[in-house]
Ligand binder design. Structure first.
Ligand SMILES: Cc1cc2nc3c(=O)[nH]c(=O)nc-3n(C[C@H](O)[C@H](O)[C@H](O)COP(=O)(O)OP(=O)(O)OC[C@H]3O[C@@H](n4cnc5c(N)ncnc54)[C@H](O)[C@@H]3O)c2cc1C
Length: 463
């Protein structure tokens, strides 16, 4: 028999993680408070405390699947907001692809679902926020920063959250306040050691601009990811098609010395040096509709609440507050959504015993794969780490990875397997299965590139 969690849950932060968590908890608690320090807009809009929304946000297939399941009709709502989505029944979309440029290799991923919704983060967040606001047992308290935890006398249980104006009692507090989460510090204040953490000093820099393409520019693709400056380079460009036919173009670098172009001319110069000329073409054949934005993330942190020696009951963390990997790999929103669903599963099967520990483990398990993938990539660029146990690089050698990427460019079966892993549908280990390994390791000349090569050549500008 499952144990019913009645009473009130408080979720801290109304970003993607907080919104999805509130939706999940609304099925298990009588009342859910969503506590957000920003003033939330009624329209799609950027927010002071979510500056990353100025930079291209792609959604993985796994995240898309979860969001559509939790918010039926979301695709159509996004389409109504101007997004290019399969739900929009837009026949012009056809089988437009996602292109992944990895050094000298271009991998075409024909299935549209891997390209997310064709919506910006602000439109996606707005659509989800509207759905969560409409839930009868969810109250959104915006303009309300959480400032600390309330506990019972023994301090063994969190009983709510402090805000400047009042204390909010809650049976469960879920921290979804993002990568600068204050939870470790709050735990220290009430006598607990902060959880162990893993850190990668990736020093990621972004430069982004939203543009309106020329009417004549009607690309065959939906997204170009990682058009690098040179093989193995830590500098790349991303172009996502977003609502109202706009392009969200971001350039990113990992590690020291990443270029940060200051104006459009410099940005164009920089784009010209990328492996995939299509990124420069997208920039050249479109006009900026807003300023050039920059962003820097010095390090990425995973907080191991599942491994904390002692935790008070009644408090959990998920989303970036628990695991914030290098954003360049586009995993964050999907991991947040997967984690919220994992929490829901624990709640549904709960018998009341050891709930906190089981929930922390389930949340950690859903983000572990994404973290490993991201760290493995970061290590290719020599990023310094702290507390990292088993890097990706230790599992598959560099040689295998290079061959895998080349095979993924040519062999549809390897493409599909690679795509499943990048989209967090399947674990990394699936790329080492005997079936895939055989295809990866067979001599390249045995392969028929088939009809992919023409499209790939077109994207690379080589046709
Ligand atoms: C430059 C950049 C690019 C990215 N690109 C991608 C991408 O392509 N794809 C992808 O999936 N992810 C991407 N991400 C990651 C993505 O933004 C997050 O991982 C994802 O949105 C989940 O974050 P979150 O909800 O946990 O945190 P956030 O989105 O940061 O939201 C946290 C919320 O908590 C609120 N808050 C903070 N402190 C308090 C407090 N004390 N009290 C109340 N409220 C508080 C904030 O105002 C905010 O609303 C990117 C991130 C960056 C930095």
């Amino acid at each position: 028999m499952s144990y019913r969690h009645t009473g009130r849950a408080a979720v801290l932060g109304a970003g993607i993680a907080g919104l999805v968590t509130a939706r999940v908890l609304s099925e298990h608690y009588d009342e859910v408070l969503l506590v957000e320090r920003d003033e939330l807009p009624d329209q799609p809009g950027h927010r002071r405390f979510v500056p990353q929304s100025h930079h291209a946000h792609g959604l993985l297939g796994s995240g898309r699947r979860v969001l559509v399941g939790l918010f039926p009709g979301l695709s159509a709502e996004l389409a109504a907001g101007g997004a290019l989505t399969p739900g929009s029944a837009d026949p012009a979309l056809g089988d437009r692809s996602l292109f992944l440029v990895r050094g000298a290799t271009t991998i075409r991923i024909p299935a549209w679902w891997s390209g997310g919704f064709g919506a910006s983060r602000i439109l996606l967040e707005h659509a989800i926020r509207a759905r969560v606001r409409a839930l009868p047992n969810v109250t959104v308290l915006d303009g309300t920063p959480a400032t600390g935890l309330l506990t019972d006398r023994s301090r063994r249980r969190v009983t709510g959250v402090r805000t400047p104006n009042r204390n909010l009692d809650a049976d469960l507090v879920v921290d979804a306040s993002g990568r600068n989460s204050p939870l470790p510090e709050w735990l220290e204040r009430i006598g607990y050691r902060p959880p162990p953490r893993s850190v990668v000093h990736s020093d990621v820099r972004y430069v982004s601009v939203v543009t309106e393409p020329d009417p004549s520019f009607d690309p065959e693709w939906l997204a170009i990811l990682g058009g690098q400056a040179a093989s193995g380079s830590s500098v790349g460009g991303v172009v996502l098609r977003v609502e109202h036919g706009l392009l969200h173009i971001s350039f990113g670098s990992i590690g020291r010395g990443g270029p940060v172009p200051a104006d459009l001319a410099e940005l164009r110069d920089f784009a010209d040096r990328l492996t995939a000329p299509v990124v420069a073409e997208a920039l050249r054949r479109s006009t900026p509709v807003g300023p050039i934005r920059t962003f820097r993330v010095r390090s990425n942190t995973r907080r191991h609440y599942d491994r904390a020696r002692e935790m008070p009951g009644g408090v959990l963390a998920l989303g970036d507050a628990a695991s914030a990997a290098n954003p360049i790999y586009g995993q964050g929103m999907s991991v947040a959504a997967l984690s919220a669903v994992a929490l829901g599963r624990v709640l549904a099967a709960d018998d009341g015993e050891g709930f906190g520990r089981r929930a922390a483990r389930a949340i950690a398990a859903t983000s572990a794969e994404a973290w490993r993938l991201a760290v493995g990539e970061d290590l290719r660029y020599g990023c310094r780490t702290e507390g990292i146990r088993s890097p990706w690089a230790a599992r598959f050698g560099e040689g295998y990875r290079n061959r895998l990427e080349r095979a993924a460019a040519l062999d549809p079966e390897v493409t599909a397997a690679f795509n499943d892993v990048l989209n967090l549908h399947r674990p990394l280990s699936s790329l080492g299965s005997p079936r895939i390994a055989r295809r990866v390791l067979r001599p390249l000349r045995d392969r028929d590139p088939g009809p992919l090569s023409a499209t790939v050549a077109a994207v690379l500008g080589a046709a």
